[in-house]
Structure formats: structure tokens, C-alpha cells
Design a protein around this ligand. Structure first.
Ligand code: R5P
Length: 280
């Protein structure tokens, strides 16, 4: 966008508290804060809240929060009695610090924007993935798209349309809510030579590793993964590198630190899409 980044100071006190200062005159300016809320999730969220508050108190006309990866989005309802709806708490806090608009990518469910009372722009990396699939000439015969769980059906239908109605299959996944352990149940649809798994995020890597194994057992020879958010918790990079999947495409919605990079990983950039959205 050929715009400069305004300096801000984030000072951390010995007890861990943060002092945030916007170091430029922002009176009557429209401010954009770019803050993915991946790990450390709470710290990143709190920095976002304090930055927004600092900008508004300093006279900013508006604050747009670009949150390429929206942390806590999987906790969007009560799964088990007694649980908090964490995402609602995040949304309320964003609104209470006077954030005017939020831009994010590939949300876990299409219902999430409805939780916001402020404008929420829901962008998707699916187009970027479809472009890459065409570039690799994987859009011909012998290829099938796969959603590794039933929650991803809409996502898979959308990318199938972008690829001239490429056939797709789905896997029914069971996750133990207490341990997070994943098991693949049934695969619905025909599995061909090449499989393209499409998902919103990779966290522990369990879903992708298990899906890859199940698909190879069903006859797939090549398995490629397209997942927007490389959350990569715990041993995910190691598990993915040692898995049966051949290549893993993600975006830069979350920064992958050098020590988490691995040979099978390919990172595509969403920065252009963010710039386009901000220009509108
Ligand atoms: C689940 O519904 C999501 O779409 C992802 O499949 C899931 O969050 C990935 O998590 P993990 O990598 O820990 O299996």
C-alpha cells in the first residue's frame, strides 16, 4: 500500500504488564492495527486491545483491526456444561475498546461474523489455494478435494466451484473433547490418485496426519494439504514432516518462526488480499 508504519512503544514492566504508546499524531486519522492473535494468544489480544485504546484516546477517527488469524474462534459456543464462550468475550472486548471494524481470514464457521455488532470482513485464502492448484496442474482428472471433517463442507464446496466443480469427498472425524485426540471414521466419496485436503487451520497436526493416513489406505498416492492458518502448536511441524502427506501449503496469517519451518512446508502470502480489502 506504500504506507509507512507508525512507531509505537510496547514496554514490558518486570511484572509482565504492558505499557503501550502510539508515538505519532493520530488525531482524525484512520488507524489500521495488524495483529494476528496466535500464540501467545492472550498477550497478542491484550496488545491489540491496548493499542486500539491508545489510538482512540489519542484522537484517531477510526480503528480497523486486521486480525488474520482470530484466536479463540473454535470456542464459539458451549460444548460442555460449565464452559465459557471465549469468542464472545473477545468480541465484546474488541467492541468495548472502540474497535470500529475487524478484518479476518477463513473463520472456523460462517456464523462467527454474526457475533460482531461492528462491521466484520471475512476474507478467504481459498482463491489463493485454487490459483496454486491450477499453477501445479492439479486441476485435471485423477484429483479429488477432501474436507477432513464435516464442518469443512462449505469450504470444500466453494473451492470445488473455483476449480470447475472438482469432485470432493469428506471424512467424518471424531475428536475426544477432553484429550483432543482425533480419530478418522468414515470417508464419503471416491478417492483418486491425487488428494487435496482443504482445512481452515493446523494446530496439533493430528487432523491432517490421521486424514493423510486414512486417505493413503483408501488408495491415494499423492496427498497435498491446503490450510489457511499455520497455528502449529506442540510438535506439529515434526509430525507433518514425518507424515504421509507430500506437501503442506499454508498462508502467512500466522508467523511461522524459523525453528518451525520444515521441508514439506510452502507458505503463500495473503498480504495482497489485505491491502485490497483496506483500499475498498
Ligand atoms: C477443526 O474443526 C478444524 O477445522 C481443524 O481441522 C482443526 O482445528 C485442526 O486441529 P488439529 O491440527 O489440532 O487437529
Amino acid at each position: 500500500m506504500e504506507m509507512k508504519v507508525s512507531p509505537s512503544e510496547i514496554f514490558i514492566f518486570p511484572d509482565g504488564e504492558r505499557r503501550i504508546q502510539v508515538q505519532e499524531r493520530v488525531v482524525d486519522e484512520d488507524i489500521v492495527i495488524i495483529q494476528p492473535t496466535s500464540s501467545p494468544v492472550d498477550t497478542n489480544y491484550f496488545e491489540l486491545f491496548l493499542l486500539a485504546d491508545a489510538a482512540k484516546r489519542s484522537g484517531a477517527r477510526s480503528v480497523t483491526a486486521v486480525v488474520p488469524y482470530l484466536g479463540y474462534q473454535r470456542q464459539d459456543h458451549v460444548f460442555r456444561d460449565g464452559e465459557a464462550v471465549s469468542l464472545e468475550v473477545i468480541v465484546k472486548t474488541m467492541q468495548s475498546v472502540s474497535i470500529d471494524k475487524v478484518i479476518s481470514f477463513d473463520l472456523h464457521t460462517i456464523k462467527i461474523p454474526e457475533i460482531f455488532s461492528i462491521p466484520m470482513v471475512h476474507l478467504s485464502a481459498l482463491e489463493l489455494f485454487a490459483k496454486e492448484i491450477k499453477k501445479q496442474n492439479w486441476d485435471g482428472l485423477d484429483t479429488v478435494l477432501v474436507s477432513p471433517d464435516m464442518g469443512g463442507i462449505r469450504r470444500i464446496e466453494l473451492i470445488s466451484k473455483m476449480l470447475s466443480d472438482m469432485p470432493y469427498a469428506t471424512i467424518e472425524k471424531n475428536r475426544d473433547l477432553a484429550t483432543g485426540h482425533v480419530e478418522m471414521a468414515t470417508i464419503t466419496g471416491e478417492i483418486t490418485h491425487r488428494v487435496l485436503i482443504v482445512d481452515d487451520m493446523i494446530s496439533s497436526g493430528g487432523t491432517i496426519v490421521k486424514a493423510g493416513e486414512a486417505l493413503k489406505k483408501k488408495g491415494a498416492k499423492e496427498v497435498y494439504v491446503f490450510a489457511t492458518h499455520p497455528v502449529f502448536s506442540d510438535e506439529a511441524p515434526k509430525l507433518l514432516q514425518n507424515s504421509v502427506v507430500d506437501r503442506v501449503y499454508v498462508t502467512d496469517s500466522v508467523l511461522v518462526s524459523d525453528e518451525k519451518l520444515f521441508p514439506k512446508l510452502h507458505i503463500l502470502s495473503i498480504s495482497e488480499m489485505i491491502a485490497q480489502s483496506l483500499k475498498q
